[in-house]
Every structure is written in C-alpha cells, then in structure tokens.
Design a protein around this ligand. Structure first.
Ligand SMILES: Nc1ncnc2c1ncn2[C@@H]1O[C@H](COP(=O)(O)OP(=O)(O)OP(=O)(O)O)[C@@H](O)[C@H]1O
Ligand SMILES: [Mg+2]
Length: 314
C-alpha cells in the first residue's frame, strides 16, 4: 500500500464574505496531495488563491467546502492537533521586533511546550541553521529582510514539524538573500522535511519543487513535476525577439508564421519551437532586424503563459 499523503485536499473551497451578500470564492474546488518528504509548490499570480489555501492548511482559516486532511486528521475539527505538528512561515513576517533574535526562538519554543534546557539547545541549533548565530542577541528590528525571513523559518522549525508551510518565502528579497534562503530550504529538503510552499517566481518553483500545481483564479490548471509541465505544455526552446514598432508591423505576421505557437507580449515576440537556432536564422531571413534576439530553453513561465495567456510577473 502506498504511504498516506501528508496533505489531501478534495474539492477544497474558500469563500469570503457573508453567504448571499458579496461572496467571493478565492479557492474554487481544488484537489491535490502532498507526499512525505517532497517539496510541493502552489504556483500562481497575485490573487490566485495561494495564501487562502495555505491558511486553510495551517488551520488558521476555516474550510468553506470540500475535505482537507492533514497528517491523517480533519482540518475542520482537529486544528490544534494539526497546528502542533506544522511549521508555518506566513507571507508577512510575524517575528516580534522588540525581542532579540534568540528570544524570539526561546519564547516560541516555550509556547510549544519545550523545556527550558531543550529550547535553549534547539534555539542554538536553529540559529546556526539560519546563519544567525552572530546576530543572536541583536534586536529583530536591526535585521535585514533576508535575515528576518530566515528567523521566521527558524522559528517555524522550533517544534521539529512534520510539514513546513512557506508562503512566498523569498518575495521582496534581493538575489543574494534569495539564494541563501533557497540553499537553506534545500538543506531542509535533504534532511527529509516535507515542504509546502507558494510562490509566483518560476525559478523558485523550478529549483525547489519536486511537484507543483499551477493555480489561476482559485482553480488548479496543471499539476506535475517542473520538467514534466515544461515538456507537456511547451516546446523545448523559445526564440525571443524585441522588434522596433516598424519591424513589428512589417514582419510580425511572417515571423509568427514560422512557428506553430507564439506569444505576442507588449515588449517581445516569443516563438515556440524545438529548434531555436533554425527559427532564429529563418527570422533573420525575413529581413527583420531585431533589437535583441535570443534562444533559450522553455521555463515554467512559458507553461504559465500557455495555460493562462498571461505572464506571471507583473
Ligand atoms: N480575508 C479576505 N476577505 C476577502 N477576500 C479575500 C481575503 N483574503 C483574500 N481575499 C481575496 O481572495 C483572493 C485570493 O487571495 P490570496 O491571498 O489567497 O491570493 P494569493 O494567490 O496568495 O495572492 P498573492 O500572490 O498576492 O499573495 C484575492 O482576490 C483576495 O483579494
Ligand atoms: Mg499570497
């Protein structure tokens, strides 16, 4: 028998507002499973329903419909027992800015019922993990965004959770801070921790997630491993052309006819093909003189474009 998934959502719904008057369906009947030891992602644009889903899994927002089972328990009735086994990193950091870095961990650990000795040992370990040992006695107010995020993650690990929920773990961080965070999350993965994360960054999803679902307007529009989704929904390569308005008007139709699928973005023309170099040389042969032209591999961004007709980045 295959092992039980750690999270199972069936026809899961989240409706905000009073029944009848001004109801808004943020999560519209979604199904997914998270397996032990995997990093599972919810990928989607702003307002797709990622945080609403996460908050239901964290048992801080009631389920409006469908079934949600976490660690074998029902989210609707077993919230406290489930919460005790989760680590939660909300979209906005909620660390206490008036305490020191270490105090944040100590207080949280005590809250989970760890003994004083245990919580001291655990805090030291987690400070090391989060690369914050040198900042241990500084006030949280003095931390950079990346450090604060790492502290929130360290805090979520205090109770050695079975699942860690991360809502947009790297949004708003500079590239260096993001990379350090990815590296730490990857370390958790190697240790066998089950990660459930939301993101609207494709590169993050591609790097961290074993499997993911793409959400759009409260629904799941695709599910699979990043490489599977790329091979299922897009071609191997993409030719990106930036054209002058004049060239776009003159050569646009001819360029588009070179491929079976294209995307006409505000600033670029994307030509989908399995042989980018070939399409690029045929594009040049039309007479068009692109301002820039490049051939690249397809990414999850292209999957998202195919599925929704929109770009994930605003
Ligand atoms: N408490 C609430 N009351 C009413 N509507 C809400 C509430 N929380 C979220 N929504 C709405 O539900 C929809 C989904 O929001 P949600 O925060 O789940 O999206 P998200 O995918 O996390 O987006 P983002 O990428 O911006 O974080 C949005 O249209 C949002 O305005
Ligand atoms: Mg969100």
């Amino acid at each position: 028998m295959p092992p039980q998934p750690l999270v199972t959502a069936r026809r899961l719904r989240k409706v905000y507002g009073k029944p009848g008057a001004r109801e808004f369906t943020a999560v519209d009947g979604i199904d997914f499973e998270v397996r032990r030891g995997e990093a599972f992602g919810l990928l989607g644009a702003n307002g797709a329903g990622k945080s609403s889903t996460m908050r239901m899994i964290a048992c801080v927002s009631p389920v409006s419909g469908g079934d949600l089972t976490i660690l074998g328990r029902d989210a609707a009735t077993d919230g406290p027992a489930i919460r005790a086994r989760l680590g939660v990193v909300p979209q906005d950091d909620t660390v206490d800015t008036e305490l020191t870095v270490r105090e944040n961990l100590l207080i949280y650990g005590r809250y989970f019922g760890l003994s004083k000795v245990e919580v001291r040992r655990r805090a030291a370990e987690l400070l090391e993990f989060a690369r914050l040992t040198e900042k241990a006695d500084e006030s949280v107010g003095a931390l950079s965004g990346g450090m604060r995020r790492r502290l929130t993650i360290a805090r979520a690990l205090v109770n050695s959770p079975d699942i860690v929920l991360l809502d947009e773990p790297t949004t708003g961080l500079d590239p260096q801070a993001r990379h350090l965070l990815w590296e730490r999350l990857f370390q958790l993965k190697r240790e066998g921790v089950t990660l459930l994360l939301t993101t609207h960054y494709m590169d993050e999803a591609e790097q961290l997630c074993d499997r993911l679902v793409v959400m759009d307007s409260g629904r799941i529009v695709a599910e699979g491993a990043p490489a599977e989704l790329i091979s299922r929904y897009t071609t191997r390569e993409v030719v990106e052309l930036r054209l002058t308005d004049g060239d776009r008007a003159t050569y646009g139709d001819e360029l588009r006819s070179l491929v079976a699928r294209f995307e006409d973005l505000a600033d670029r023309l994307l030509l989908y093909t399995d042989d980018g170099e070939d399409v690029l040389s045929r594009a040049h042969a039309t007479g068009a003189r692109p301002i820039t032209a490049l051939v690249r591999r397809s990414t999850l961004e292209d999957v998202f474009l195919t599925l929704t007709g929109r770009s994930l980045v605003d």
